[in-house]
Write a protein that binds this ligand. Structure first.
Ligand code: FA5
Ligand code: MG
Length: 339
């Protein structure tokens, strides 16, 4: 028996386990209930009294050495596993989740780019405005319905401070500070006290355009808008100007584009008319020029204003304006490849 013990003792340092399965097999072989150590313990009872002391000593030594070696192997395996989960250099990396541009930002930039190519520059103004810039300077009569509590968010009543209801307020700000030629577009957020529906919101975005110089005519306006439409919706798109009314332009018009979904044949989007309205426009009323310190006997100009949500809905066939403000990632991710 003592020989057997010495043999195992001599081999202890060579015991190896490179994974949890091999380790478990070793543990069972030597240290489990039916393992070698326990069977040696049983055998120990048969050892003669004079040998008992020596054999007992060696058997205890074997038991302790095995336990130590097994613990050591266990630690090695745990260490190597920790390392491999932390530093597996062969692993493919996690994909980086890239954000996407908001569709309204994409279309706003596209609109601005087109007009920049025509020589327009960007102008901005405050969203919290006084009555003069939003209404009075633009010829809105004292009793004009747009001033009504129904349409306008008032911040203060006297003097009147409001959230701007359109970007036309920026026209006034620029004309007050600059003499013609003035050629600007003004993108920005506007607010109206309106019920929210699939087509209308109380917060939306507009792009305003203004061109003031000598000898500017309605033909210039038409040509700029035709160029813009073809750039944004495709070269086959046609435009149609319908007489309309705005207090700050004379004459005034609303512009429709031929429905780019059905090509003018008639569909749900254009309500079977073949045309969809995208903006309001007109020749700046001489009274507005005078209000802003520009001599209307020398200068004339045109202005237009469009809703970015409306144009984005048409361009991407989005049927509910509320989708723009819900920040649903599934909706927003569809615009990933749009730039
Ligand atoms: C105006 O706001 C004028 N300032 C436009 C203008 C500028 C005319 C310069 C002439 C010269 P209107 O109220 O129609 O006009 O609004 C312009 C566009 O804003 C509309 O065609 C529409 O696309 C968008 N719009 C208006 N109300 C809402 C709303 N509640 N929700 C979303 N878009 C809207
Ligand atoms: Mg309108």
């Amino acid at each position: 028996m003592i020989d057997k013990i010495f043999r195992i003792l001599a081999d202890i340092d060579d015991l190896k386990a490179s994974n949890p399965e091999e380790f478990e097999a070793l543990r069972i072989k030597y240290l489990s209930k039916k393992g070698i150590v326990n069977s040696l313990m049983s055998e120990f009872r048969t050892v003669s009294p004079e040998q008992k002391k020596e054999v007992g000593l060696q058997l205890n030594k074997l038991k302790n050495s095995l336990q130590e070696r097994i613990n050591e192997l266990k630690k090695n395996i745990e260490n190597s596993q920790e390392q491999s989960t932390e530093f597996d250099l062969s692993r493919t990396s996690y994909p980086i989740a890239l954000g996407t541009r908001h569709p309204l930002s994409l279309v706003k930039e596209e609109i601005c780019d087109i007009f920049k190519r025509l020589g327009f520059s960007i102008a901005e103004g405050p969203e919290i405005e006084d009555d003069w810039h939003v209404f009075s300077s633009l010829n809105f009569a004292e009793d004009h319905p747009a001033r009504d509590m129904q349409d306008t968010f008032f911040i203060q009543s006297s003097p009147e401070i409001v959230l701007r209801t359109h970007t036309s307020s920026v026209q006034t700000r620029v004309m007050e500070k600059n003499q013609p030629p003035i050629r600007i577009i003004c993108p920005g957020r506007v607010y109206r006290n309106e019920a929210i529906s699939a087509r209308a919101h109380c917060l939306f975005h507009q792009v305003e355009g203004l061109y003031i110089d000598k000898d500017i005519s309605f033909a210039d306006l038409k040509q700029a808008l035709l160029f813009f439409t073809k750039e944004l919706f495709g070269k086959d798109t046609r435009i149609r100007l319908r007489p309309s009314y705005f207090p700050f332009t004379e004459p005034s018009a609303e512009m429709d584009i031929s429905c780019h979904i059905c090509g003018g044949k008639g569909c749900n989007i254009c309500k079977h008319t073949g045309w969809v309205e995208i903006l309001g426009c007109g020749m700046v009323d001489p009274a507005v020029l005078e209000n802003c310190g520009i001599d209307s006997s020398i200068y004339s100009g045109y202005a237009f204003g469009m809703g970015i949500e409306r144009i984005t809905m048409l361009k991407y066939q989005i049927n509910d304006i509320r989708l723009f403000f819900e920040n649903d990632v599934n909706f927003l991710h569809q615009f990933q490849s749009a730039f």
